[in-house]
Design a protein around this ligand. Sequence first.
Ligand code: PMP
Length: 356
Amino acid sequence: MADGWRKNLIDLEPYVPGEQRSVPGLVKLNTNENPYPPSPQVLYAVRNFDAASLRKYPNPTGEALRTAIGARYGVSPDCVFVGNGSDEVLAFAFRAVFNGSLPVLFPDITYSFYPVWCRFFGIPFETVPLDGDFRIAAYEYERPNGGIVLCNPNAPTGIGEGQEFVEYLLKTSPDSVVIVDEAYGDFGGWSAVGLTGTYENLLVCRTLSKSYSLAGLRVGYLVGSREAIAAVTAVKDCVNSYTMSNLAVEAAIVALKDEAYFQANLERVLRTRYQTMNRLRALGFTVLDSQANFIFVSHPDAPAQALYEYLGARNILVRWFAGPRVRDFLRISIGMDADMETLLAAIEAYLKEKTV
Ligand code: PMP
């Protein structure tokens, strides 16, 4: 058999998402999904969706959703881009705004999709080490660069930075685009979207996957200057004219409108985060100060990989990353109280078994 065709296959190192295991009774704390269902109004809208409308192509820019998001932040719909989850939005944004010859900068410990997109698109990049407390040293970004990516709060640490920090980056790199990935921003309580009116070099990316319990719907968005948004739209239009289905647009609009449910959902997650952090600290864990819907923890007597495997064998999924410095930590998504009780009981059992 001829096999010359094989040499034409692309050789890539893709991003690896967290495991999706389907077994009954699984405690799934590994992909930062929201444990609570979406707003009942979303469920109603999906159930009553006019499925016959699927015959036609949707609006190519998800215009109705861009208008709703624009109204929420008091910006023109032309300053909003919507996409099929923030991963897609970020990928298009990287392609659209990182076209210089200088390296794009982001922390060495951050969302591991960023280097994948850079390599995929041939974007030069350099990682900047977090400091000894896993914090981002803003002054390290004060050097010639082709762009900056800030995950805020950062993943997998959960540590968030404030407005002054973001403005420092924007002011010290006025000739670069700064992308702020706020996938977990709602759990930290502030957004840089309000700065987009002042800084034309700022793009803020947000998602409905986490705080709106809609990871399966795939809706993310970007807010920024008209020009930068037009560039991202042009990239999208070179790949796929219609990324947003009518169903996703309709359901997302309904989700964004149900503010009361959103707030209640957020508070439940934050309460459980607080309790879990305290309980783990009482068990001797180091728990970084989280402003996200996950926590990053390590224990002096429990090697992270061993604990990860112990929990996995009991169908409790958490995330362990093998990289230097992070390999001593586990990232644990905040689930329902009952999930966290199961997790804590298993951790206590592990500590008793392994440290006697
Ligand atoms: N940014 C960060 C930091 C994330 O952790 C994730 C989720 N893996 C995303 C973006 C993408 O989320 P989504 O595509 O579901 O919007």
